[in-house]
Write a protein that binds this ligand. Sequence first.
Ligand SMILES: *[C@@H]1O[C@H](CO)[C@@H](O)[C@H](O)[C@H]1NC(C)=O
Ligand SMILES: *[C@@H]1O[C@H](CO)[C@@H](O)[C@H](O)[C@H]1NC(C)=O
Ligand SMILES: *[C@@H]1O[C@H](CO)[C@@H](O)[C@H](O)[C@H]1NC(C)=O
Ligand SMILES: *[C@@H]1O[C@H](CO)[C@@H](O)[C@H](O)[C@H]1NC(C)=O
Ligand SMILES: *[C@@H]1O[C@H](CO)[C@@H](O)[C@H](O)[C@H]1NC(C)=O
Ligand SMILES: *[C@@H]1O[C@H](CO)[C@@H](O)[C@H](O)[C@H]1NC(C)=O
Ligand SMILES: *[C@@H]1O[C@H](CO)[C@@H](O)[C@H](O)[C@H]1NC(C)=O
Ligand SMILES: *[C@@H]1O[C@H](CO)[C@@H](O)[C@H](O)[C@H]1NC(C)=O
Ligand SMILES: *[C@@H]1O[C@H](CO)[C@@H](O)[C@H](O)[C@H]1NC(C)=O
Length: 484
Amino acid sequence: MWSPALFLALSTVVLPTSAAIVKDGSTCIVTPITNTPAAVAHRSIGTVHPAERDLIPKTDLDDSESELWTPGALGHYPRAEPGRSSSSSAVARRVSRHLGPEESPLSPRQNRPDDTPQILQAFSQCGKDGTIVFREGTYNIRQVMDTTDLRNVSIEIHGTFVWSADNLSYWRQKSFSVTYAGRQTAWRIGGRDITMRGFGKALFNGNGQTWIDLAKGQGNLDGRPISLTIWHGTNVFIDGITWRMAQFWHTFVAYSQNVTMTNLDMSTFSTSGQSSVNTDGTNTWNSRDITIANWTVKCGDDCIAVKGNSSNVHVSNVTCYESGAMTVGSIGSNSRQPDYVENVVFENITAIHSSNAAWIKTYPGTGYVRNITFRNIRFEDVNQPIYVTSCIYSYQNCDSSRLAISDVRWENITGTSRYNVAAGIHCSSAAPCDGFHFSGIDIKPKNGGNAKVLCSNIKNQASSGLQCTGSCPGSHPQQLSGNV
Ligand SMILES: *[C@@H]1O[C@H](CO)[C@@H](O)[C@H](O)[C@H]1NC(C)=O
Ligand SMILES: *[C@@H]1O[C@H](CO)[C@@H](O)[C@H](O)[C@H]1NC(C)=O
Ligand SMILES: *[C@@H]1O[C@H](CO)[C@@H](O)[C@H](O)[C@H]1NC(C)=O
Ligand SMILES: *[C@@H]1O[C@H](CO)[C@@H](O)[C@H](O)[C@H]1NC(C)=O
Ligand SMILES: *[C@@H]1O[C@H](CO)[C@@H](O)[C@H](O)[C@H]1NC(C)=O
Ligand SMILES: *[C@@H]1O[C@H](CO)[C@@H](O)[C@H](O)[C@H]1NC(C)=O
Ligand SMILES: *[C@@H]1O[C@H](CO)[C@@H](O)[C@H](O)[C@H]1NC(C)=O
Ligand SMILES: *[C@@H]1O[C@H](CO)[C@@H](O)[C@H](O)[C@H]1NC(C)=O
Ligand SMILES: *[C@@H]1O[C@H](CO)[C@@H](O)[C@H](O)[C@H]1NC(C)=O
């Protein structure tokens, strides 16, 4: 296991205060504290009941796997079996139960190992012109993380990060504000020239069911933290990470530019009676030049939501389950503060059993939404595939909104609607929608018959390419509960 050659190699480099980090030049290599040589040796002398030994996470200090933590090494695709995350955390709990306070090599809180200090230490030691490698195993994260001063760093994650859920009041009090709508986050990353790769092996487990059960269907429970926020980041690349049971939104991009997020897999849903509302895949806000591609998202709210002051956003090849699929909004909630969204493309999108597919939601506010393309959107069993509203949620003052929506294309939009409505579009009469173009729209109710297309206040409606079958009142809801 603990090969002499490897031991020699490691013993030649500086071992900082946390024994689990090895720093070699500008590279920090991090091992979960429950996998450190001391902890492993301790377990191997009989702390763990023999019957449970096979459940202990592999130490991976083993020669055969040493390439896994070579900086830049590619991990294995396909992805780790997601079920492993909960079993790994169960193992971590089981292991810690066996380590009594007086005998444990883990410190400071023996019964609740916390990898946060060493993770933050790795960021402070190697977060500028460096590489940080998280080796395989389970990292227990019991504290908020603010790593917003990064520069030219490569973060390589081969393990599972599990956010604690035994003290939700800690997270509710300490999570960082992200300004938007008073929301908070457990981890902010920011700075310049940042790559974070998970190789399809990194798994982020936010213990979301605990948060879902605490929130009891309340949309914005104060302090319920977003899993990962890109905060004041420039030139950020995130790839190959799997989320299971995020605390709240999986990701948020704020005050950032040139952010690429590819090959992400997210799944957060409730197994109790409570709804998983607000477990969005991502939201962008006050950010530009964003590329999102190759995502699979199962969540209880919007899949990809482009919010106020976002521009140049390209979203492609995303499959969404049970979600709000592709949306611009919500925006315009503060009537004194304008929100602008422009130059957005959503293409090659699949939505399965979702609330909406290609839609725009604004409050009766100010600002604009312009130059938006929804292209090649395919779906099955979507409540109301195309939807536009100027008064989301309240369905009040819809015709006083001055938030102009213009130059929007829906091209090649095909699939089945849950009820007999393909589109519900209500624009404000004070700022009618302009430059709407529809082509290749083929939406059929899943139970047969013809789908209605309801429209109000679209300029040049006759030449828009949409065959409206009736008007759409401001009160027309985002989600229907039956045929209309
Ligand atoms: C980025 O950091 C690496 C070390 O990880 C270094 O070799 C390289 O020169 C740095 N690039 C710049 C532009 O400073
Ligand atoms: C939970 O977190 C709060 C807020 O940080 C702290 O005051 C309290 O001591 C923690 N409780 C436990 C049991 O750790
Ligand atoms: C944008 O970020 C990527 C990393 O994702 C980087 O390679 C590229 O050079 C950046 N583009 C600009 C214009 O800086
Ligand atoms: C999307 O996934 C496919 C298949 O794995 C891969 O070939 C392609 O490079 C990915 N695209 C991006 C932008 O990562
Ligand atoms: C789309 O993304 C999925 C992963 O979500 C990937 O398996 C697939 O190969 C990608 N397709 C293309 C055409 O890139
Ligand atoms: C959006 O940008 C405009 C113009 O820069 C600014 O006035 C407004 O406060 C921003 N809105 C938000 C919600 O940040
Ligand atoms: C509209 O958005 C697309 C995609 O972002 C961009 O290429 C194009 O230049 C924009 N058009 C205008 C008129 O800004
Ligand atoms: C979207 O799909 C079309 C048709 O399959 C393909 O030609 C195009 O390259 C795809 N676009 C992106 C950005 O993957
Ligand atoms: C329409 O979109 C589907 C995917 O939903 C794609 O397979 C097809 O190639 C697209 N058709 C055209 C004409 O681009």
